[in-house]
Design a binder for this molecule. Structure first.
Ligand SMILES: [Cu+2]
Length: 129
């Protein structure tokens, strides 16, 4: 009887360890899903290209650039609205667009890399009178 109890305790401990391991594994897909859900506000930098090259968001949106290239890039607005530091691989830069408008930007290290953020008014109402 005593041995059975010890075995039960060991078994319970092992199950606990396995559950912890499963939770750790589950954390990764959850993070990936979160990234996918935020895809509408994310610009990937890869292979000397901003993707999507033109992104439309509502005013108040925070846009995230992620450098997935294996060389450094920057994100610099043509009209100086925003400017990132040099982004190494996997570095991110975020900027919150508070005003509507069209924002052209480029990579200051490779000026042929260009992109556009189009910010539309946050309110879903009709045009101003
Ligand atoms: Cu670049």
């Amino acid at each position: 009887m005593r041995i059975t109890l010890v075995r039960a305790a060991l078994l319970a401990a092992m199950v606990g360890l396995i559950l912890n391991a499963l939770n750790a594994l589950n954390a990764l897909p959850a993070a990936a899903a979160e990234t996918a859900a935020a895809a509408g506000t994310t610009v990937k930098i890869d292979n000397f290209t901003f993707t999507p090259q033109s992104l439309t968001v509502k005013a108040g949106t925070t846009v995230t650039w992620i450098n997935e290239d294996d060389i450094p890039h920057t994100v610099v607005a043509t009209e100086t609205a925003f400017k990132s530091k040099v982004l190494d691989t996997d570095d991110k830069y975020t900027f919150t667009f508070t005003a509507a408008g069209t924002f052209q930007y480029f990579c200051s290290l490779h000026p042929h890399m260009t992109g556009t953020i189009v910010v539309v008014p946050a309110g879903g109402g009709g045009a101003a009178p």
